[in-house]
Structures are given as structure tokens and as C-alpha cells.
Write a protein that binds this ligand. Structure first.
Ligand code: ATP
Ligand code: BTN
Length: 239
């Protein structure tokens, strides 16, 4: 694999077990170079957004990348989603982005991205991708894993290698041409044209998803009125 000029994956910290790779990455972020990756076989306290738990048994890919971009930018979440979707394509699995932070395949969630940052210091880009891992009973309706598409165990190291490669590429695009990255997000998301319910803090908005704008926000048509919804801790469901 061509490693010259690579940023993401220059150093990979491989753990058997950790509370959460995001927490671990935040602890070491000040001392390590940009592009350091923390990957764990299992997480005992894997997290989604708003403190929700993320099932992380052995067999999945649970990792966090430490980035030190020039400024805090929530659009980094899309670097993760695009890289996951390219990785899935490398294994012949078609997927789409559920704005803002999930990747779905076969109508179910296969991956989630969680970014956490400290202004002026770092952003941790956490990615959970279901590969060979079993899914808890309560998630079987809504979630899926790569093994379900391929029908045999998928070599985790291969998936990790492809993912790091694509993360590196998309991070470069994000830094140099963020509009180009957003154009790809627009192309890959499957929410546009659909009626959705968005929960933003205490606000519940119901409307048609019209566009994803260059700043990463979602444009909703609510009974003829256009309303911008910022990404972040918003929850989006189809109606
Ligand atoms: P919303 O639908 O509200 O936008 P979301 O699906 O994006 O939410 P998050 O809070 O981003 O939800 O992610 C956490 C949720 O993901 C959990 O509440 C759980 O339902 C689901 N989940 C947990 N572990 C896994 C997993 N390994 N694979 C797929 N989904 C999972
Ligand atoms: C979501 O859909 O809410 C995002 C889930 C993010 C899960 C990953 S797994 C690696 C990293 N460590 C965590 O605790 N969470 C992220």
C-alpha cells in the first residue's frame, strides 16, 4: 500500500479492550501526532450521540482518528461517512448516507460516526462499522453488518486498511475543497425528497428534505417555508 504523504494511519494503536476509543483518543490527543488511530477489538462503553450506547462486541471495527484541523468544523463527520461508504463499495456493498452521521446498507444502519472536538486542539473522529459482529436482539430490525451481505467472515484488517485509505483521501478533500466533499455527500445521501421528522433540541420539525448545503446543514421544506437545520445532535427519522 502506498503510504507516502499519508496522514491518517501513520500510527495505529491497537487495543484488545477499551471503554470507548473516542474517550481513549481524547485522553491522548494532546500528545500524539495528527492522524493517530486508536482501534479496539471491543468497547465496554461504546457511545453514540447524546450519550446513547453503541453495541461494540468483538468482530466489528471500532476506531477513532485524532485530527488536528486548522479550525473546528462539524463537517468532519462527512469525512467518516464518505470513507465508510467507499469502503463498503470496495467489498461490493452499496450504501447511502443518512444525514448527518449514519451509513445505511440494505435499508438498515451499518455504521455510525461520532465526532468530538476541542477548539484549537483536536477533533476525534469515531467510527463504528458492523463487520462480523453479532447485533443485540433489539437492533436486529434496524441494524446490519457486512457479513450479512458477503455471507462469510470479512477480514477485519482488510476493512481497516481500506477505511484508513479512504479516510486519508477524504480528509485531504475536506481540507482543500470542502465544497467538493459536500457535493459527494449530496450525491450519496438518500434522504433528499423524503418526508422526515427532525428533532433539534426541543424542536420537532416535519418537512421534506430538499438539499444538503455546502456548510453541511439540511434544508427542509416545511409547508412551503424553507428552514435550515444545522447538523450536530439532530435526530432524523423517515415518516
Ligand atoms: P436518530 O435516528 O435519532 O438520528 P441515530 O440512529 O443516528 O439516531 P445515534 O444516537 O446517532 O442514533 O446512534 C446511537 C443509536 O444507534 C443507538 O441508540 C442504537 O439504536 C443504535 N446502535 C447502537 N449500536 C449499534 C450498532 N452496533 N449498529 C447499529 N446501530 C447501533
Ligand atoms: C452514532 O451513530 O451515534 C455514532 C456511533 C459511533 C460509534 C463509534 S465506535 C468507535 C467510537 N467510539 C465510541 O464510543 N463511539 C464511536
Amino acid at each position: 500500500m502506498e503510504k507516502k504523504n499519508r496522514v491518517i494511519g501513520i500510527r495505529v494503536i491497537d487495543l484488545d479492550e477499551v471503554d470507548s476509543t473516542n474517550e481513549y483518543a481524547k485522553r491522548i490527543a494532546p500528545e500524539v501526532p495528527e492522524g493517530t488511530v486508536v482501534v479496539a477489538k471491543r468497547q465496554t462503553a461504546g457511545r453514540g450521540r447524546r450519550g446513547r450506547s453503541w453495541a461494540s462486541p468483538e468482530g466489528g471495527l471500532w476506531l477513532s482518528v485524532i485530527l488536528k484541523p486548522p479550525r473546528l468544523d462539524g463537517r468532519l463527520v462527512f469525512v467518516g461517512a464518505l470513507a465508510v461508504s467507499d469502503t463498503l463499495a470496495d467489498f461490493g456493498i452499496p450504501s447511502g448516507i443518512k444525514w448527518p452521521n449514519d451509513v445505511w446498507a440494505g435499508g438498515k444502519k451499518i455504521s455510525g460516526v461520532l465526532t468530538e472536538g476541542k477548539a484549537g486542539e483536536y477533533t476525534v473522529l469515531g467510527i463504528g462499522l458492523n463487520v462480523n459482529n453479532p447485533l443485540p436482539e433489539e437492533l436486529r430490525e434496524s441494524a446490519t453488518a457486512m457479513v450479512n451481505f458477503i455471507g462469510a467472515r470479512v477480514p477485519l484488517e482488510r476493512v481497516l486498511e481500506r477505511l484508513l485509505f479512504h479516510l486519508d483521501g477524504w480528509y485531504r478533500v475536506f481540507l482543500e475543497m470542502p465544497e467538493l466533499m459536500m457535493a459527494k455527500v449530496r450525491e450519496r445521501t438518500f434522504i433528499l425528497g423524503r418526508t422526515v421528522r427532525v428533532i433539534e433540541d426541543d424542536n420537532v420539525l416535519i418537512g421534506r428534505a430538499v438539499d444538503v448545503l455546502d456548510d453541511g446543514s439540511l434544508l427542509l421544506d416545511i409547508g412551503g417555508q424553507l428552514r435550515r437545520v444545522l447538523y450536530g445532535d439532530v435526530s432524523l427519522r423517515f415518516l
